[in-house]
Ligand binder design. Structure first.
Ligand code: FEO
Ligand code: CA
Ligand code: CA
Ligand code: CA
Length: 598
């Protein structure tokens, strides 16, 4: 799949060289700027950022920390609403003299709660260039901050379930706040889907939950033997709900896909239970051939699975009232992959199997549809709340950290970033995860049967096995390895309108800064990976997003200066202001207004 043809990618830029600079670097002929930084005023009336005099009240109105998913809702050609996730806080870099959550002043904990969540900010493009900037005057009536404390609601089959009920919400329908929002997606009706990922890190008291609930906690990465895990932020010191010993169900109210309408700042965010609960990385929507809505989703942990949701009803363009319920009724599937080469040929050396490709077939195994469970021994509500356990039971394929998924707008193939998995042993190899101690990750390509996103079966292959191209265990779809850029730990994916795959990285295990890369997935240049941008050393690259007119590419620079031992008094980065590092969204463009990648 995805092969053939001789169409040119249109990519002609000179790749940037790997580096460890405390800067964004872009190819010759390009420029870049910062769009919005941690602490910038979002809601009118918000105070200016003041690193040494932070307050929770200010943070709740300012741009949050550690920007991740980025998407743009256009309002005309040169204006739009930028949605940005704020995944997590790094208190060691945010506060001088920070020791840990046990010793932190309560105001710092409240600041951290307010620095999570997401932001809607109005931005505008300056003149003919591809440069975008924050709108700082005028009504900015859509600007909004969402935090770990914003009132939300559940919808779908598990809303109101006993598993979601707490003392504060005996209805099980009104969760408070969202946490660890990582990647995301958009819907055809103009809302954002934001994915709650590693929510396990925010809770204490796992040792004190009733015995019959411990297995579920363990499956979601929570210790049931330790009262206060090391490094815990101690949110429970401010809000008792984060203590599982007192409120064991509160954690079940996190780990969902949350839908938010950026054009209605008064709307209540909706946690869509039909899409299951896991360390959600993203939710990328597309339409099946018959018009049903499909959402592809990864569960980003080692040896976890990837999923898709297919709505029961069809998307009807323009019928907003109908479309807005599509994510509440449908079937949740998990992927099972098989290789087409003998297991003995997957020997971990990177040598391709005899048929010349890591490839095979896959099936989507149904887990739950509305109130109907397909998993023996689990109710529908249990499948939705403990989706990992359900996927275990049906024998889904354990992958090397499934991150972002994206569908190619040109040929319909679907791509999944598998960021790494250093825990995979030689005995655990399969053709879809063929490398032991996988430090650099790989990319999975899926072609659904009949190219229909609603299909139950698919073909798959690995067009990219990452690393230094001189490493024999790497594979660049057969492209000349002397020409490609080294790439490690693919995380977020995006397509441009020409069908080129943009890949941002997190945790470059080759020792250089993370960055943004582009790879054609069809034609003669399939596998020709080129690095377009680097971010300050210590940061990961999130986003990315190429605007529809291809004149601008956005990236989120997450955790600049996050290097062991760095503190505000000994910063490892001074990006972007020459002072304390600030996670920020940046934009790059061609100085002559050419298409990104030219
Ligand atoms: Fe938050 Fe899977 O990256
Ligand atoms: Ca094969
Ligand atoms: Ca990510
Ligand atoms: Ca990541």
């Amino acid at each position: 799949g995805g092969h053939g043809g001789s169409s040119s990618s249109g990519l002609k830029f000179t790749p940037v060289a790997p580096n460890k600079l405390d800067a964004i670097t872009v190819p010759p002929g390009y420029d870049h700027s910062v769009v919005v930084r941690w602490g910038d005023p979002v809601v009118p009336g918000a105070p200016a950022f003041d690193f040494d005099n932070q307050t929770a009240a200010a943070q709740a109105k300012q741009f949050g920390y550690n920007c991740d998913y980025v998407t743009l809702f256009p309002m005309g050609k040169d204006r739009g609403l930028l949605w940005v996730n704020h995944e997590y806080t790094d208190e060691v870099l945010m506060f001088r003299g920070y020791v840990d959550g046990n010793a932190a002043p309560l105001e710092q904990i409240k600041i951290a709660l307010a620095a999570h969540g997401g932001s809607v900010v109005e931005i505008a493009r300056a003149g003919k260039s591809g440069k975008w900037a924050l709108v700082t005057h005028g009504s900015r009536r859509y600007n909004r901050r969402l935090t770990a404390q914003t009132p939300m609601r559940f919808s779908g089959p598990a809303a109101g379930s006993a598993l979601l009920k707490t003392a504060a919400d005996p209805t099980g329908r009104f969760p408070k706040g969202m946490l660890n929002n990582c990647a995301g997606g958009t819907t055809p009706w103009g809302t954002v889907l934001t994915a709650e990922e590693n929510f396990n890190q925010y809770f204490v008291g796992g040792n004190g939950v009733p015995e019959d609930q411990k297995a579920n906690l363990v499956r979601y990465g929570i210790s049931t033997t330790v009262a206060i895990p090391s490094g815990n932020r101690r949110f429970d010191r401010v809000e008792e709900r984060f203590d599982l010993a007192k409120h064991p169900h509160e954690i079940n109210r996190f780990g969902w896909i949350v839908e938010i309408d950026p054009f209605d700042p008064d709307s209540t965010p909706i946690k869509r239970t039909a899409l299951g609960r896991m360390a959600h990385e993203a939710a990328t929507t597309t339409l099946a051939k018959d018009g049903r809505l499909v959402a592809y989703m990864g569960d980003d942990s080692r040896f976890e699975y990837f999923f898709k949701f297919v709505s029961k009803d069809r998307y009807i363009p323009g019928f907003d009232r109908h479309n807005r319920d599509l994510l509440d009724e449908g079937t949740l599937y998990v992927a099972k992959l098989t290789g087409d080469s003998p297991a003995a040929e997957i020997d971990g050396t990177g040598k391709l199997p005899g048929d010349g490709e890591f490839d095979g077939a896959g099936e989507w195994i149904p887990l739950v549809s509305g109130k109907r469970s397909f998993v023996t021994g689990m109710t529908a509500e249990e499948v939705l709340v403990f989706t990992r356990t359900a996927a275990d039971k049906v024998g889904a394929t354990k992958m090397d950290r499934p991150e972002d998924m994206e569908r190619n707008p040109v040929n319909g193939a679907v791509y999944l970033a598998l960021t790494n998995n250093t825990n995979r042993t030689a005995a655990q190899l399969d053709e879809a995860n063929p490398r032991p101690s996988n430090r650099h990750g790989h990319i999975l390509e899926i072609v659904e049967s009949r190219n229909d996103a609603g299909a139950n079966r698919f073909a798959w292959s690995l067009p990219l096995v990452c690393g230094d191209p001189t490493d024999p265990s790497t594979y660049f779809a057969g492209f000349d390895k002397t020409k490609v850029s080294p790439i490690s730990c693919p995380d977020n994916l995006a397509f441009d309108r020409d069908g080129n795959l943009w890949i941002s990285t997190d945790g470059n295990a080759l020792g250089n800064a993370d960055g943004l890369f582009v790879m054609p997935v069809s034609g003669r240049e399939r596998g020709y990976v080129r690095q377009f941008l680097t971010v300050p050393f210590g940061a990961e690259t999130c986003g990315p997003m190429v605007t529809d007119d291809q004149r601008s590419v956005f990236v989120a620079v997450q955790h600049p200066g996050e290097i062991t031992g760095a503190t505000p008094d000994n910063p490892a980065s001074t990006w972007p202001d020459g002072a304390q590092p600030r996670p920020s969204v940046a934009v790059a463009w061609h100085k002559q207004g050419k298409k990104i990648g030219s």
